[in-house]
Design a protein around this ligand. Structure first.
Ligand code: UT7
Length: 322
């Protein structure tokens, strides 16, 4: 059976790390409040010379090197972002040109914090349909550019960064095939004003700032994530106890803990980077995945569940055997 097999991961963070203490010098907040309510201790903020495309290109190069392939072998690039360099063209085309793999497909997807899961779902479908052989899937964001630094309820929560994976179509057989086993994606537009940006080219003609009704998003996140994880496991014919690692969207440590509890997963099987990276939106899942693969926790053969929930609302999960 043709499957999308993960053959490499990579990531890139901006140079500048910003601690809660540093933030508290300019924002009416405290390290205690941020740690207690979110688990965040640090985030990375892009400098003027660092952009969504530059971070994406760094992450992509790392992933391609880890995969041991030439960039020219990539025939599909999907980049998930809510903070593109320009309204158009797609930031994916800038990545393609920098990698020198021009000629294949390249486009962005906009599903905010779930964007990477949406991009994985589309890439997997295109690989299994035979329309692409090797896909570079990237989540990259510079959310710091769309934060209202006067709004303490949002500006302390987010950070910048990029993560990338390479998927290759391979014939896999046997009882434990590698690759993406199941993916489920959802959206419920009825809630599109609970987490949004108050600007855009066709309305205000400005970029706008992030606005969020945090407690309401929190409640939906816990419910939606638990239900989509159940759907993906059922699709794959597997149970909670089969999962070796949960790699969740890194929005809030309390959401991670609640989701793990619902799955009956011990905390030491959950990859947590929210303390170091904060919420990097579409970049958070691939950043966490790359971290745990590079530090040796996630190993070949492991069954890994990726999940995310974000503005729209959008949410989804994907089960991969590494
Ligand atoms: O990535 C997409 C998905 N996003 C999420 O999943 C985010 C989901 N939501 C959350 O993570 C949480 O709701 C937050 C972390 C955003 C907020 O935590 P909370 O426990 O729900 O706090 P709250 O919004 O109910 O605010 C509690 C208090 C308020 O003060 P009063 O009204 O009780 O006096 C806020 O004004 O905390 C205050 N507050 C702060 N205090 C210090 C809000 N932000 C801050 C801050 N520093 N940065």
């Amino acid at each position: 059976m043709l499957r999308s097999v993960l053959i490499g991961t990579g990531s890139q963070l901006p140079r500048r790390a910003v601690s809660n203490e540093e933030l508290a010098k300019t924002v009416d907040t405290s390290d205690e409040w941020i740690v207690e309510r979110t688990g965040i201790r640090n985030r990375y903020i892009a400098g003027d010379d660092e952009t969504t495309s530059s971070l994406a290109i760094g992450a992509a190069k790392n992933a391609i090197e880890a995969a041991g392939i030439e960039a020219s072998a990539i025939d599909l690039i999907i980049l998930a972002t809510a903070t593109p360099d320009q309204t158009f063209p797609a930031t994916a085309t800038q990545v393609q040109d920098a990698l020198g793999c021009n000629g294949g497909m390249a486009f962005d997807v906009a599903a905010v914090c779930s964007g990477f899961l949406y991009a994985v779902g589309v890439a997997d479908a295109m690989i299994r349909a035979g329309s692409a052989k090797r896909a570079l899937v990237i989540g990259a964001e510079t959310f710091s550019r769309i934060l209202d630094w006067e709004d303490r309820a949002t500006c302390v929560l987010f950070g910048d960064g990029a993560g990338a994976i390479v998927l290759e179509g391979r014939e896999e057989s046997g009882e434990t095939p590698r690759g993406i086993l199941a993916t489920r994606l959802h959206a419920d537009g009825a809630h599109n004003q609970l987490l949004y940006v108050d600007g855009g080219p066709s309305t205000t003609k400005t970029v706008g700032h992030v606005r969020m009704k945090g407690p309401e998003v929190f409640k939906h996140a816990v419910v939606n994530l638990a239900s989509v994880l159940g759907e993906v496991l059922a699709d794959a014919g597997l149970g909670d106890s089969d999962i070796d690692w949960l790699v969740p969207h890194q929005a809030n440590k309390r959401i991670l803990d609640a989701t793990a509890r619902k799955l009956g997963m011990p905390k030491d099987k959950v990859v947590v980077t929210v303390d170091r990276h904060a919420n990097t939106s579409a970049a958070s899942v691939p950043l966490a995945l790359d971290t745990a693969i590079r530090d040796g926790r996630i190993k070949p053969g492991h069954l890994v569940m990726l999940e995310a929930m974000g503005g729209g609302f959008t949410w989804g999960a994907s089960l991969i055997r590494i």
